[in-house]
Design a protein around this ligand. Structure first.
Ligand code: AHM
Ligand code: MG
Length: 336
């Protein structure tokens, strides 16, 4: 059972046997993510001190500016997972295509693929606001010892074996699940160790925080417009409080602790939404459900969506169970 003040290393060892496919491989994978997180954390923390800010002059497949730290974080996570020979494939929000690892080596017996958003919310770096890393882990579906294919990455979210995020905030935390609840670990920077600070994290069943970029209101579907008016109405525990950082990991983390809902709907500008199913929505949905919350695209459970492409975007409604169910009702009432 989990104990406060346990280090992440101890926790991983202690809980390894409770994982149904126990072979140590997943534990090594989480360990590598822990290591890369510390390296990226070091760099993120000194972002204000060194001349590392500003656009890299490159754009990713979605046509967005990449910041230098995005590139750095992307490299560090890929390098760590590749060098330690732990996974057979990686897909990253910052890479156009998935990466097959040791695909020529038929002795490569690794069975996991990782999908990662190395530095989410990176437009916040320049203004000293929290950013995060999000990761998602699947068992490959193609035979072990053969090169991975797209099929290994386009699995439904309900097949995830682990997912987590790192939040580079006032403290740096690593929060993850392997399908048996959600645990949060806080980095003690003096020692360089993550300690179990938030065992068995759970969303309050209901909440009073709504997090949405209301500046896009005019472009929202009618169901979301109606829901926002409902949030602002004086009745029961309403009006709710509006809190929006614009950094998914931070908004999600706050809402999981305090009770709330995060919304990024489809808009007339982004008809399929902004967030990526594979790198952002699936892992956050898995964590949300493991923390007794809910995640939906307004109509369907996120984890039941069949991905069709690596960089697919979906509308995202995620948070306290009752709040997500309420917004789904509003979405389903209107079809426009
Ligand atoms: P990114 O992957 O380009 O960083 O974008 C994802 C981020 C989320 O962290 C955040 O919730 C959202 O985009 C904010 O978008 P907007 O500025 O449109 O409100
Ligand atoms: Mg992102």
């Amino acid at each position: 059972m989990s104990r406060k003040n346990q280090t992440l290393g101890e926790f991983i060892i202690e809980n390894q046997t409770s994982f149904k496919y126990t072979s140590g491989e997943l534990s090594r994978l989480i360990n590598s993510i822990r290591l890369a997180a510390k390296v990226v954390n070091h760099e993120v923390n000194k972002a204000g001190l060194v001349d590392i800010l500003g656009a890299f002059g490159d754009t990713n497949i979605q046509g967005e500016d990449q910041q230098k730290l995005d590139v750095y974080a992307n490299e560090k996570f890929i390098q760590t997972l590749t060098n330690r020979n732990i996974v057979c494939g990686i897909a990253s929000e910052e890479e156009d295509h998935f990466i097959a690892i040791n695909s020529q080596d038929e002795n490569n017996q690794n069975k996991y693929v990782v999908l990662i958003d190395p530095l989410d919310g990176s437009s916040n770096i320049d203004v000293n606001v929290s950013v995060g890393t999000i990761f998602s882990v699947f068992r490959r579906v193609t035979p072990i010892g053969t090169p991975v294919t797209l099929e290994d990455f386009l699995q439904k979210g309900n097949q995830q074996v682990a997912a987590g995020y790192i939040i580079y905030g006032t403290s740096t935390m690593l929060v993850y699940t392997t399908g048996a609840g959600v645990n949060g670990f806080t980095l003690n920077p003096a020692i360089g160790a993550f300690y179990l600070s938030h065992p068995d994290m759970q969303f309050p069943e209901d909440g009073n925080i709504y997090s949405v970029n209301e500046g896009n209101y005019i472009h929202f579907p009618q169901g979301v417009k109606d829901y926002i008016k409902y949030c602002q109405m004086e009745e029961g525990n309403r009006p709710y409080t509006s809190r929006y950082i614009g950094s998914l990991v931070s908004d999600f983390h706050r809402n999981m602790i305090k009770g709330g809902i995060y919304i990024y709907p489809n808009t007339s500008k982004n008809p399929t939404g902004k967030l990526r199913l594979l790198y952002e929505c699936n892992p956050m949905a898995f964590i949300a459900e493991q923390a007794l919350g809910k995640a939906s695209d307004g109509f369907t459970r996120i984890l039941d969506l069949q991905p069709t492409e690596l960089h697919q975007r979906v509308p995202f409604f995620c948070g306290s169970k009752i709040m997500v169910e309420e917004v789904e009702e509003f979405m389903q009432k209107v079809t426009v």
